[in-house]
Ligand binder design. Sequence first.
Ligand code: NAP
Length: 402
Amino acid sequence: MRSISIFGVTGSIGEQTVDLLRRAGGARAFRVVALTGGRNIARLAEIARDLQAEIAVCADPADLASLRNLLSGSGVASAAGPQAIAEAADRPADWVMSAIVGAAGLVPGFRALRHGRTLALANKESLVTAGPLLMAEADRHGARILPVDSEHSAIFQALAGEDITAVERIILTASGGALRDWPLEALAAATVKEALAHPNWAMGQRITIDSASMFNKALEVIETREYFGVTPDQIEVIIHPESLIHSMVGFRDGAIMAHMGAPDMRHSIGYALNWPERQELPVARLDLAQIATLTFRAPDLARYPALRLAREVMARRGLAGAAFNAAKEVALDHFLSGGIGFMDMSGIVEDTLTALDPEMGGSNLPEALEDVLGMDHLARDRAGEIARRRARITAQITARSR
Ligand SMILES: NC(=O)c1ccc[n+]([C@@H]2O[C@H](COP(=O)([O-])OP(=O)(O)OC[C@H]3O[C@@H](n4cnc5c(N)ncnc54)[C@H](OP(=O)(O)O)[C@@H]3O)[C@@H](O)[C@H]2O)c1
């Protein structure tokens, strides 16, 4: 029986992973080892009971007593806190889903790789902040990383049986997010609700806003560079509003391999779960005659400054990915809480990168995870200061215009 752990089980990717496990027989077909959640302990306990997990771990020690209560009589052990989440990755499991959102997903992924596990990687922040270290850790311990991001799963599949040296370019598709057809000058006033209205994909709240700003695509560009080892100038982004082509690989003979499917994350989660086999998946089948037309357009960098910043981060490398991601997370928090405008997010990230330029370590690769985590903390502090300053200015302007 395969043993499985899921980090971030209460999130969008986590729930869809659970859905696939359940359809494949649940606790009768898999031995579920560790399940981790953040604040939603009721749901964590419910899933842990249903899948008869060995242990359920929540993020905040203050929630431990309640989690224990919810699990009483179930035989599921419980623990809490970042350290306990990291230790859960030490428990033997054949397949580990890394689906915690943000930099909090970094350490558990590393711990799983250290034990040679197969890591299904949804947490793109791991590759953005610590890509070279993560790939080296997998090599060192004979572990395998399977991409779960739909774009990277598509590229992985298009590359099956191909030599990476035959690749000319990788073309990442992007929906353009909820605001893609808004006039440029209206973007600054976009609200959280408006940015959350994603046209195609149902995802977690944070990644949906990141789709509207294209910070998500910026992270994916860096993720592509780190995972597939191509150069930045081999990576292109194209807006494809239908989200039916999940990404493409162009080869040196001019051929392009495109991966198509319904916009349903269970495609790529299921591919990683069943790899190297393919099993039936409960996803909609495309009716090409009905779809009839696929459209593409180049992204406008004025609308999506995040894409330009991703290029700067790749040119810089070192700890720039860690600073970029941390600043992006802080800016997103401030946007979600209503303190800043939609376009302020990229301004905060850019200002943070500029402020931390001397600290980012030249073009050297990060040497240790501690360096990455150190930069993550530093960038959060700096981005927080910059964001609060912007929020004050926004509040003054609003007060004056009343
Ligand atoms: N959703 C998608 O379609 C999609 C597609 C491609 C890639 N991804 C990537 O997959 C990852 C997960 O995305 P998602 O959309 O599933 O996110 P999500 O719905 O926000 O779920 C995030 C998960 O992480 C947990 N979590 C949050 N903060 C935590 C912390 N500090 N410590 C421990 N656990 C914490 C959450 O717990 P609670 O909910 O219990 O608080 C939840 O289980 C992200 O890296 C994202 O970029 C997502």
